[in-house]
Structure formats: C-alpha cells, structure tokens
Design a binder for this molecule. Structure first.
Ligand code: M6R
Length: 608
C-alpha cells in the first residue's frame, strides 16, 4: 500500500517521478505528492488529495527543473486523505522531506515527545514524525541521521528521505514494506516496485528488512541500521515497460483478462516435462517434503480462493489432511504445526502483511514453507524455504485476474509434483493431467471468444440489487472469485456461496432483483448444482449459468449461459472464472465505475 519513487541523476526529476507515480498508482490512490530540490537549491513540495492526475494538473505539467526528488501515492492509514496529510512530509526547517509506506506504530509517543521538544507537526499522519526525528539526528550526514531515526521507529516502513543541503543524495530504508534500488547509468532510483522504474533501468537491488540504501547518481551503498556495509546482488527485471501499459485496451483489467492464455503458458513454461510435472524450485527441499504429513495453505482474498483448489488436490492426491485458512485468521488459532507440516503461502504481490505474518509464524514453528507468488524478490520469498513464481508478468488492475488463474494452475502443478514424489499419483493420472494442462491456454483463448455476448448480457444485469454466486467442489472457488470481482469493481453486493448452503439461509435473498450466478460446468456434482439452480429459479431469480460447451439441458433452465470448453474438474475453476471476470468488468463499466482503481482498495495490502 502506497507507492514510493525517488530519483537522482541527470534527467529532469519531476517527469520521472510523475511517470513513476502513475505506474505505482495501483498501490494506493487517495492522494499524491512530490518533492524536488530545484536547480536553484530550493526545496519544492506539491501534494494533493486525489489521484496523480490531480497532482499533475496542479503542477501544470511543469514541475520546476531539478535532478533529484521523491514522490508518493497514498492509501490512507493514519489521517484522512487531504492535501495536508498527503506525502511528502517535511521537518520544521523545511530542509528534510520524507515519503513513507507502512505504519509507525509508536507514532503517538514520538509525536508527543517531539511536540514537547519544540517541534511543530502539521499533519495527522504517522509519517511526519520521521521527518522531525531525522531533523533532530542530523549532523551533516543524511544516512547517519536516517539510521539514528530508524532506531526510534516501531512498525513497518519503506522510507525515502531527502535533504535540501545534500542535493544529489537520497536515503531509503525498509522494514516489512517493499523498497528496491534501481541501478542506472549515472542515475539511481528507489521505488516500491519495479513498475515505476523499469522504463529507465532493469537492474535492481531488492532491499532486505533492516537495509538502509544511500544513493547518489549512479552509485549506491547499502548498510544495516548500525552502518555496516552489506552486500546485495543486482537482479534483472524480466519484463519490459510495455508489459505494464494498457496496450490499446480501455482498462488494465480487460487487458489482463485477455492476457490469461499467455499467462497460463508462461506459468507452465519449464514445468511440464514429457508426461510429468516437475517444479525444480522444490529440489532443495525434497527431503523435507518427503516427510510431510499435513498441508496448510494460507492466503488472502483472491489468493485464498485459489488456494482452496490447491488444498483440495493435496488432500485428494496425497491422502493427507490439507486445508486452507485466511491468513489474517490463521494466527489467532494456529493449527498444530511442526517440521512435518507443509505450509503453502499464496500471494500475488508477496507483500500482503497478513500472509507474511502467518508464514513467519509457521516457519518459526518448524514448518517447511513454500511461497507461491508473482513477485521475485518479494518479502514472502524471504519467509519461505522455496518459492514458486507464477511467471504471469505484471498485474496492474487492482482486481486480480491473470494471477488468479495462474495461481490455480501453479497450485495444481505443485500438488501434482509433490504427489508424484510421494508416488501417490498414478502415471496415467499424471499423463492425463499434463495433457489437460497443455490444452489449457488454447481453451482459455476459446473461453474468451465464447464470451463474446457477455457485454450485452452484463448490460441486462447491471441494475441488479445484488448477486448470489453459487458453485460446488471446484466450481465453488470460481463462484467466490466471481462474487469478489463484482463487489470490488461494481460496488454491488454479491455473495459467493457453496451451492448446497443456499437453502440454509441465503436463498431468502433471491428474487427478481437478485440474480443467481451458477457455476454449472461438467462435473461429478453437476446434477446437484442443477437442483440448486432450480431452487433459485423457483424464487423468480434470473439465472446466469457458466456451463460446459455442448450442455443442452442448461440452455432450457438458465436465463443466460456463458460457455466454457470441457476440461478436467480441477482445472475447470480456471476456465469458469474467465466469463465471470468479464461479466464483472462489463457490469462495472456499465455502472460507470473506476474499474482499475476501485474506491477504498489498493493492489497490495501491506498493513494488517
Ligand atoms: O497480493 P496478494 O495475492 O497477497 O493479495 C491478496 C488480496 O489482497 C487480493 O487477492 C485481493 O483480494 C484482490 N484485490 C482481489 O482482486
């Protein structure tokens, strides 16, 4: 949450920062600001409530000429979104500026202490205390002052600090919030993630917790908080700046839905060998995997729904208990965990605070932890003994789409790989699975083609009072995910329910204004699902069904049908969700919503 960018070098810093903020806006978008040390040595700050576009307009597209600066786009935690609470924040002297992502948990004590010491704090934010702590500690060396100030902070932070009197230097620091260094030719960057800077450099250093990065143009030093130099490798970002552009689509979400066939291909690249699944990333932990006797999956939101598929397959294929728990609840009632427990932490961003905390707890108790994430170098990978990457490319829309389908595909492969190691997956079953996985990208393409009429269908449902989504077995996670998509981007209430539970309460919500969306693809539970669909129909609810091509029965029963190709049941979640993503997209467009940046949300949730 919150996006940070910093630049020092020969370019005009203002446009570099604004460009970076636009690319980071999915991290939070309730206010934005930049600070520059101008060519004449002045500290210039402009910050506005609202999106980066509001800030850009306020600047008149002409920020003062400067070779150094920092910027921020905010998702508010402490202090409502306003011009005053927007970052950057400054100290009493007006020389020091700070941008921050995270929460300073002891900010009230620090604030009282600073005020008692004669400081004037202007905003309601936790961040502002950092500027004043650096002010107190400053003796002519910014990095020393930042390190001293960090010693006073409790909580989480990614920070960038700039001092007017050191006009080529930026100091960044991280603890439980992401920050990377961009290493350019004669120029240096700091950013929350690579999207902000990949247009300028692909060479990055992923900072570790406790790192302090000291940057001048083209040079950087990383130390720990005590000032001891630490070595960090330079990594290369594997995707281009264009990958994070809309590429002719009206919204990132629509582009990312259409990217799903390619994302699935990428997720499987190098992982299907002949007739077997093989995740090389697991090789270093094979011995430990051989001893597991239970599987716990932890995740939030969309990733949690994907993990339900993984848990079901681990249990079915390995024959050991496996379940999935929402990460924010996992810690309050942790299951028995020991060295024989495999914990799979699923997180697109790899930054979700709840998932990271749950993974840490599991690791502390001796579990073998595997991360499934889209983000190389992310915090979750540091909590894990092995990381399996989605390889889906950057996902910019706040509503997850291609990362859901690649999470499901990757978890299917993960469960199959471990089941293979356990010799619990017959060669025939594995062959059948691999063949179905190989067909999947083409089938995803076909699903998008089959969804041609969805815009029109969505228009007919866009005035609904709410929606009920139902599914059974592997259709259930698709129903949950479909309902979440509608909620997130159209702001309509939607419930995702296990179809069999409909009659235990929520059926009372159904009427002519509350349609039923039924995931009714071919499966062992098809007939039961049809009974549930009929129960809805009998209550006057319109029924939108997702069904398998060639199903002649469903056409007679449902009001509208979205078709998907036939596949193995565990993979049906992937195809079934695609029309539901498109349905949510077009309902939201019809209702005039901000599809890519829906209200109150942020792409990565780095607070608990
Ligand atoms: O980055 P993560 O996968 O850990 O994020 C978890 C959720 O915050 C995320 O899936 C959220 O539910 C999405 N916005 C859903 O579209």
């Amino acid at each position: 949450m919150c996006g940070i960018v910093g630049y020092t070098g020969p370019r005009e810093a203002g446009p570099v920062l604004l460009d970076g903020l636009r690319r980071l806006e999915y991290r939070g978008y309730d206010s934005a600001g930049i600070a520059l040390v101008t060519e004449s040595g002045e500290l210039f700050v402009e910050k506005r409530a609202g999106k980066v576009a509001v800030l850009t307009e306020a600047l008149g597209d002409k920020p003062p000429r400067a070779g150094i600066g920092l910027g921020h786009t905010r998702w508010a935690t402490h202090g409502r979104p306003s011009d005053l609470n927007a970052h950057p924040h400054t100290d009493c002297t007006g020389r020091i500026t700070v941008v921050h992502n995270g929460i300073v948990e002891n900010f009230r004590e620090l604030r009282d202490e600073l005020v008692a010491g004669g400081h004037t704090l202007k905003s309601e934010t936790d961040t502002e205390v950092v500027a004043h702590l650096v002010e107190d500690a400053y003796k002519g060396d910014l990095a020393d002052a930042v390190r001293a100030a960090l010693g006073r902070l409790e909580g989480a932070y990614a920070l960038v600090v700039m001092h007017r009197d050191e006009p080529e230097r930026l100091v960044g620091a991280r603890l439980n919030a992401p920050l990377i260094v961009g290493v350019g030719e004669g120029e240096s960057f700091l950013a929350s993630d690579a999207a902000a800077i990949v247009a300028y450099t692909k060479r990055v250093v992923f900072l570790d917790d406790g790192d302090v990065a000291d940057l001048t143009p083209g040079m950087f030093t990383i130390t720990d908080r005590a000032g001891t130099v630490v070595d960090r490798p330079i990594d290369i970002i594997p995707w281009s700046a264009e990958a994070a552009e809309k590429g002719g689509y009206a919204h990132f979400m629509l582009k990312e839905i259409h990217e799903q066939p390619d994302a699935l291909t990428a997720a499987m690249t190098g992982r299907l060998r002949g007739e077997s699944v093989c995740l090389e990333e697991l090789d270093p932990i094979r011995e430990r995997l051989a001893g597991i006797d239970r599987v716990e999956m932890i995740a939030c939101g969309t990733a949690y729904y994907a993990s339900l598929v993984g848990a079901a397959l681990f249990q079915e294929w390995l024959g050991i208990p496996a379940r999935s728990t929402v990460a924010s609840e996992f810690r309050y009632s942790p299951p028995p965990i020991d060295s024989r427990t495999l914990v799979v932490a699923v997180s697109q961003s790899g930054e979700t605070a709840d998932t990271i905390a749950a993974a840490r707890l599991a690791g502390d108790r001796g579990a073998v932890v595997v991360a499934v994430t889209n983000t190389v170098g992310s915090a979750i990978t540091r909590e894990s003994h092995a990381s399996v990457f989605l390889q889906a490319g950057p996902e910019v829309a706040v509503a997850a789409t291609k990362t859901f389908v690649t999470q499901v595909a990757t978890l299917v492969m993960l469960a199959a790989d471990v089941a293979h190691q356990f010799k619990r997956l017959s060669a025939e079953k594995e062959r059948e699975l691999v063949a179905a996985l190989r067909r999947l990208p083409k089938q995803a393409e076909r699903t998008i083609e089959l969804a041609g009429p969805i815009e029109e269908i969505a228009a007919r449902y866009a005035d609904a009072a709410g929606f009920m989504y139902i599914g059974r077995s592997f259709g259930y996670p698709a129903a949950l995910e479909g309902a979440l998509k509608i909620k997130e981007i159209s702001y309509l209430h939607a419930e995702g329910y296990a179809a069999g539970e409909l009659k235990h309460g929520p059926i009372s919500l159904l009427d002519a204004d509350v349609p039923l969306v039924a995931v009714a693809t071919r499966s062992a539970v098809y007939d039961k699902l049809i009974s549930n669909l009929m129960e809805g129909k009998a209550r006057d609810a319109r029924v939108l069904a997702v069904a398998t091509e060639g199903d002649t029965q469903i056409e007679r029963l449902a009001t509208d049908v979205c078709w998907v190709p036939d596949t193995l049941e565990p993979l049906s979640t992937i195809l079934a969700v695609i029309p539901l993503q498109l349905f949510a997209y077009y309902v939201a467009v019809k209702r005039g919503r901000d599809v890519d940046q829906p209200r109150n949300l942020a792409k990565s949730v780095t607070v608990e």
